[in-house]
Ligand binder design. Structure first.
Ligand code: PA5
Length: 451
């Protein structure tokens, strides 16, 4: 199971400026209340992500089984919560399992990026998975329109085997399209928001396609859910403990939270986390509509690479960050560094050590340096990178995010700021119904001298 090392988040001789342990007791009432609210939200069916580990996945496995084995590539067309989890899982597991199927995620409207993907794939053996809960997001719709046009022209008789759709079970353009064109389709549950949806059909279909063991993923998530179900002892509940500590640090002015995996495979997981933390907790209003302007800025960094880019700032810059390392004990592949120059003190000390040893030594060295510089830091240890531990990690951070949202007294499930941008895009691109927004944009363009 994942280990959560939190000692360097608490005040000690090493970090006298860290949060005193007594705060944990002082906040026990707030934690109890947050826990009660989570329980009643779960009962009301609001927090659907908690139930995803119990779902029946046979519809996914049967569908994958039924596919013509010639399909060896999937391209996801989606953005935000409809893309980042897919990417994170595939990046984490592709090397560990030597996955023989490929996944690409087109999560932008950059034309060159689309060209690059199309240039790398063989259209004959590729399936496209259009994912959008709302079924209307401009970026995803644009990608769908281009790809649907392309495959309809290239494969007029069997284009319907080459595109699948994951969307709301009833609403939106994509659901209507499924009904009209009979594309195979999957569902984003009503009570699971985009950024909490990786363990639903959203993330599981592409994972199962690439031979990731989705049952083990869900088992890991279930096990973390059990571990984080109770508040009898907050130290046994990593999601609540980490949530509380991040909340307290935010209150003390630590406005930035850095996630730093010491593993390239886990780097996209930090991206997934960035969206979860930023979109869920970055809020203008509390639940009583009072303006509070809260949220920590999540930043991702890669160990050891960013030791030569970011660590100077983290060690000596403003006291405004909490750092979380992700570390891995056993890597799937490893190399022993040869002792090619025994006569040279400059390099001979490396000889005989494994690369993974060096990587983990660098992580520890960074932890020590940060601790010495009185910078709070935590470490989440993966015994190895596999489905079970990824499932645990995902569930831990989803629970932690909701718990922190409760402590902040905000709604962690909405994203009015994102919706505002979506509306402005619709208006700019001339979508009917957005005339008022279009007028506002015209005024902005005039005032800012752009017109
Ligand atoms: O977490 C969220 O709700 C968002 O990031 C959405 O996932 C993102 O905006 C994409 O939305 P949709 O799935 O409706 O296309």
């Amino acid at each position: 199971m994942l280990t959560f090392e939190y000692r360097n988040l608490l005040q000690s001789e090493l970090i006298p400026t860290a949060i005193p342990e007594s705060y944990i007791h002082n906040y026990s009432h707030a934690c109890k209340q947050a826990n009660e609210e989570i329980k009643s939200d779960r009962q009301a069916g609001i927090l659907g992500f908690y139930d995803l580990p119990d779902q029946d996945t046979s519809h996914i496995l049967n569908f994958i089984e039924s596919l013509d084995p010639k399909y060896n590539t999937m391209v996801v067309l989606g953005i935000g919560g409809s893309a980042l989890g897919n990417k994170a899982l595939y990046s984490a597991l592709k090397t560990e399992h030597n996955l023989d199927k490929k996944l690409f995620v087109y999560d932008n409207v950059d034309p060159v990026f689309l060209f690059e993907i199309l240039d790398q794939i063989n259209l004959d053996t590729t399936i496209f998975n259009v994912i959008s809960k709302s079924g209307t997001t401009a970026e995803t719709m644009a990608a769908y329109l281009i790809i649907a046009d392309l495959i309809k022209k290239r494969y007029p008789r069997d284009y319907k085997n080459r595109l699948i759709i994951t969307t709301d079970k009833e609403k939106g353009f994509l659901r209507k399209l499924c009904e009209k064109e009979h594309y195979p389709s999957f569902v984003v549950p009503d009570n699971v928001g985009g950024r909490f949806s990786v363990l639903s059909d959203v993330g599981l279909v592409s994972s199962a396609f690439t031979n990731i063991n989705i049952q083990k993923l869900l088992q890991g998530a279930a096990s973390m859910r059990d571990r984080c179900a109770d508040l009898t002892n907050i130290y046994d509940n990593p999601a609540y403990l980490n949530g509380l500590l991040h909340y307290l640090y935010f209150r003390e002015g630590k406005n930035i939270t850095v996630m730093m995996p010491y593993s390239n495979a886990l780097y996209d997981l930090a991206d997934w986390y960035r969206q979860l933390w930023a979109e869920s907790l970055g809020k203008r209003y509390d639940l009583k509509r009072r303006e509070i302007l809260v949220g920590q800025t999540p930043v991702k960094a890669l160990g050891a690479t960013d030791q030569h880019s970011q660590i100077q700032l983290y060690t000596e810059g403003p006291y405004d960050k909490v750092i979380t390392f992700l570390s891995v004990l056993n890597f799937q592949y490893d190399y022993t560094i040869p002792n090619l120059h025994p006569e040279s003190e400059d390099v001979s000390y490396l000889g005989g050590h494994k690369l993974s040893e060096l990587l983990n030594a660098e992580r520890l060295a960074t932890e020590i340096a940060l601790t010495k510089a009185k910078r709070p830091n935590a470490n989440i240890i993966f015994p190895q990178i596999d489905e079970f531990h990824l499932g645990e990690f995902i569930m831990m951070y989803e629970i932690q995010t909701v718990f922190t949202g409760k402590l902040l007294n905000i709604n962690p499930l909405d994203q009015p700021g994102v919706e505002a941008g979506k509306k402005a895009t619709y208006a700019l691109m001339g979508k009917p119904g957005y005339e008022k927004e279009r007028e506002e944009i015209e005024q902005y363009l005039q005032k800012s001298g752009k017109k």
